[in-house]
Design a protein around this ligand. Structure first.
Ligand SMILES: *[C@@H]1O[C@H](CO)[C@@H](O)[C@H](O)[C@H]1NC(C)=O
Ligand SMILES: *[C@@H]1O[C@H](CO)[C@@H](O)[C@H](O)[C@H]1NC(C)=O
Ligand SMILES: *[C@@H]1O[C@H](CO)[C@@H](O)[C@H](O)[C@H]1NC(C)=O
Ligand SMILES: *[C@@H]1O[C@H](CO)[C@@H](O)[C@H](O)[C@H]1NC(C)=O
Ligand SMILES: *[C@@H]1O[C@H](CO)[C@@H](O)[C@H](O)[C@H]1NC(C)=O
Length: 573
C-alpha cells in the first residue's frame, strides 16, 4: 500500500516535470524572460524599451541579436537621451498642434533595458495574461498568445533559474497590455489590502478608519444633486466619501524646500496640473492643518517640472528627492511612522514616476505618467490628468461642442509621431477612409489650431493614442470638446480611475487592435454612442480647474482620490 503510494507520487512528480520540460522545449525558441536585476524577483510581465544608453537605468541591459523591433519601447527612456526632451513644453504633446519631427531611431541591434517592478504576476487573470511574442522571421508582426497563468509561472521560474542576469539573447518581448477590465480587478484587490503597519498608532488613523467604515456602509441613495450617477462606479459611496472628506480631512504641507522647486507653482503648459494643484492646495483654508499632529495626510510640495529644469538628469533628480525625504524624516516624526504611506506628491513631468519610485515608494503618488507596467500601483498611486493650460484666464478657451447630429467625422487624430504607436496608427488609417481623419502633425499656427479644434468639434470619437509615454492631454481636450475619447494606450490608468466608470464615457481600444479600429467604433450602437456623449458632457465638471475651487471640480476630485487611496489602505493599529 505504502509502496504503491510512493510510486504514484513519484509518477506524478515525474509527470509534472516532463510536462514542464516539454512546454519549455516548445516555447524555448520564442519566449525568453529575464531576471530582475535589483533583487531576485522575476520581472514579469516584462516590458522592454529601446534605449540608446540605458546603463543609467541600471536594471539589466541586454543586447539583442540583429533583429528588428517594430513594436517596442514602452518608454521614453531613449527619447530623453536623444534630445527629444519633453521639457520643451510645446513640442511635448500639446494637443497635436506640434511640429517637432521626432525620428524614431534605428532599432536595429538595439539595446534593451528591462524596466522595473510590476504588480505581482500572480494577480493576473487568465484572460489578461497576454504574452506578445515577436515572430523573428517576420518583424512586422506580433503574435499574441494566451497562456494559463500557472503554466507561465512555472515556465518563467524555470527560465529564471537557468538564465542569469545579463546573458540573454532577447529575441522576443513580453509585454503586458493591461485591459481596463484587468485594471478594475487590480483596483478591487488593492482596495482590500491594508498597507504596512504604522510604527505607532495615531488618532488620525483611527478617524480615517471610522470614515472608511461609514463609507462602506453608505446608504444607497437615489438623489445626488450635482452628480451624474452613470459615470461613477458607486455614486452613493462617492458622495458619502466626498462629504466626509470635506468635513474631516486635514492636510499638512511641509514648509521645507526652497523655491523654485518647492512652493512655486507653474500654472501653464503641458505640466500645468501639478502647478494648479500646488497653488490651490497651498492657498486652501478648509483642508490645511497648521499643526501636523492634526493632519491625516502630508503633502510634499515640489514641482517635478521645476526639478527637471534645475537638474540635468534623472539620477540627480532622484537623489535630490532622497535628500528631501531625509530632511523631513529627520526633522519630523511623521515620515518614519508609516514610511511615508500617509504622505503624497502630485507630479506631472514624465520622469516623475521614475524619480519618485524609490524615495517615495510607499507614498501616494499622484502622477500624470500612470503606467501600470512601470511601477504605478493602482489603488495606492492615483492619476493626475494632463490638463494642458494655454491660458490661465480661461482654461476652456476654444472648446465647445457640437451636438451629436452635427458630428460627421467618425474618428479624429492629429499629432506628432511621438513614440512607437502613432506611426502604427497612421500606417493603418492615414488617408484610408473619408470618415476617419487620422493625420500626422498639424500646423501650429492659428490656422492649424483652429482646424484642430474644428475636427474635435465635429468628430464623434477622438483618438487619444499614447506618445512617448502613456499619458496625453488629448483625453481632457476630447472631453472638453464633447468628443468621446478613444484611448489607445495599454497600461495607462486613466485619471480618477478609483471613482469614475470610464467605460461610461470613453472607449478603450487595445494597441494590438488598431487594425480593427474602425470596426470597433462602427460596432458601437448609436444609442450607446449617445450615452457616451452624454457621459462626456457630464464628466467635464470633474476635470475643470477653478481659481477658487468649487465642489466636485478637479482640485477636489484629485484631493479626494488621494484621500480615497489612503482610506483603502488604512487599518487600525
Ligand atoms: C532590419 O531592418 C533593416 C531596414 O529597416 C533591414 O535592412 C534589415 O535587413 C532588417 N534585419 C532583419 C534581421 O530583418
Ligand atoms: C509579414 O507579415 C505581414 C502581415 O502578416 C505580411 O504582409 C508580410 O508579407 C510578412 N513579411 C514577411 C517578410 O514574411
Ligand atoms: C552567455 O551564454 C552563452 C552560452 O549560453 C556563452 O557563450 C556566453 O559566454 C555567455 N555570456 C556571458 C556574458 O556570460
Ligand atoms: C527616521 O528614520 C531615519 C532613518 O532610519 C533616521 O535617520 C531619523 O532620525 C528618523 N527620524 C526621527 C525623527 O527619529
Ligand atoms: C465648435 O462648435 C460650437 C457649437 O456649434 C461653435 O460655437 C464653435 O465655434 C465651434 N468651434 C470651432 C473651432 O469650430
Amino acid at each position: 500500500m505504502k509502496l504503491c503510494h510512493v510510486g504514484i507520487r513519484r509518477l506524478l512528480i515525474v509527470g509534472v516535470f516532463v510536462t514542464v520540460i516539454v512546454v519549455l522545449q516548445c516555447c524555448w525558441t520564442t519566449y525568453y524572460s529575464v531576471l530582475h536585476a535589483d533583487g531576485s524577483s522575476v520581472a514579469f510581465p516584462v516590458e522592454l524599451s529601446i534605449s540608446g544608453t540605458s546603463e543609467e537605468e541600471g536594471v539589466g541591459v541586454f543586447r539583442s541579436r540583429a533583429n528588428n523591433v517594430t513594436f517596442a519601447s514602452h518608454s521614453k527612456d531613449y527619447a530623453s537621451k536623444k534630445e527629444a526632451d519633453l521639457d520643451r513644453e510645446l513640442d511635448s504633446d500639446g494637443g497635436g498642434i506640434i511640429l517637432n519631427n521626432f525620428k524614431v531611431g534605428n532599432h536595429e541591434d538595439a539595446v534593451y533595458s528591462f524596466t522595473q517592478k510590476i504588480p505581482k504576476y500572480a494577480d493576473l487573470s487568465k484572460s489578461d495574461m497576454l504574452l506578445a511574442v515577436e515572430n523573428p522571421s517576420n518583424t512586422s508582426r506580433i503574435q499574441s498568445v494566451e497562456m494559463e497563468p500557472q503554466l507561465l509561472k512555472s515556465h518563467l521560474s524555470m527560465l529564471n533559474s537557468k538564465h542569469k542576469k545579463g546573458n540573454l539573447s532577447t529575441r522576443s518581448r513580453l509585454v503586458w497590455p493591461t485591459s481596463i477590465a484587468h485594471m478594475n480587478s487590480l483596483l478591487l484587490q488593492s482596495s482590500n489590502s491594508a498597507s504596512v503597519r504604522p510604527k505607532w498608532s495615531s488618532r488620525r488613523d483611527r478617524e480615517l478608519f471610522a470614515a472608511k467604515l461609514e463609507i462602506e456602509n453608505a446608504r444607497v441613495i437615489s438623489n445626488f444633486p450635482g452628480l451624474y450617477a452613470p459615470i461613477f462606479r458607486d455614486v452613493s459611496k462617492f458622495s458619502r466619501s466626498y462629504e466626509l472628506m470635506e468635513r474631516k480631512l486635514k492636510v499638512f504641507i511641509y514648509r521645507e524646500g526652497a523655491k523654485p522647486i518647492f512652493h512655486q507653482p507653474k500654472m501653464r503648459g503641458i505640466y500645468a496640473s501639478e502647478g494648479w494643484f500646488m497653488k490651490l492646495m497651498e492657498g486652501n483654508k478648509r483642508f490645511i492643518a497648521r499643526d501636523p499632529q492634526k493632519a491625516h495626510l502630508f503633502y510634499l510640495p515640489f514641482s517635478s517640472k521645476m526639478l527637471r529644469v534645475a537638474l540635468s538628469n534623472r539620477k540627480k533628480m532622484e537623489q535630490y528627492l532622497e535628500k528631501y525625504v531625509e530632511l523631513i524624516a529627520g526633522r519630523y516624526r511623521f515620515w518614519n511612522r508609516t514610511g511615508g504611506a500617509d504622505h503624497f506628491l502630485v507630479a506631472c513631468h514624465d520622469w516623475a514616476s521614475h524619480i519618485t519610485r524609490q524615495p517615495m515608494k510607499d507614498s501616494i503618488r499622484c502622477l500624470c505618467n500612470s503606467n501600470v507596467a512601470k511601477g504605478f500601483q493602482i489603488g495606492k498611486d492615483t492619476t493626475l490628468p494632463v490638463t494642458y493650460i494655454h491660458s490661465m484666464m480661461d482654461p476652456l478657451r476654444g472648446f465647445a461642442g457640437k451636438p451629436p447630429s452635427e458630428r460627421s467625422i467618425l474618428a479624429f487624430f492629429a499629432g506628432s509621431m511621438h513614440g512607437y504607436l502613432r506611426p502604427i496608427l497612421l500606417k493603418h488609417w492615414e488617408n484610408e477612409e473619408a470618415d476617419m481623419k487620422i493625420i500626422g502633425p498639424m500646423s501650429r499656427d492659428l490656422e492649424g489650431k483652429k482646424m484642430y479644434m474644428k475636427y474635435m468639434n465635429s468628430s464623434k470619437y477622438c483618438v487619444c493614442a499614447r506618445g512617448y509615454e502613456v499619458h496625453t492631454p488629448r483625453i481632457i481636450e476630447a472631453i472638453f470638446s464633447e468628443c468621446v475619447p478613444v484611448i489607445i494606450s495599454d497600461n495607462y490608468v486613466p485619471p480618477l480611475f478609483e471613482i469614475l466608470k470610464w467605460e461610461a464615457f470613453s472607449v478603450f481600444v487595445r494597441e494590438k487592435d488598431i487594425p480593427s479600429l474602425k470596426n470597433i467604433l462602427l460596432s458601437i450602437p448609436e444609442e450607446k454612442y449617445l450615452a457616451l456623449h452624454l457621459g462626456v458632457k457630464k464628466v467635464q465638471q470633474h476635470f475643470l480647474w477653478h481659481k477658487v475651487p468649487v465642489k466636485y471640480d478637479l482640485f477636489h476630485m484629485i484631493l479626494h482620490a488621494i484621500w480615497n487611496n489612503r482610506l483603502y489602505h488604512i487599518r487600525p493599529r
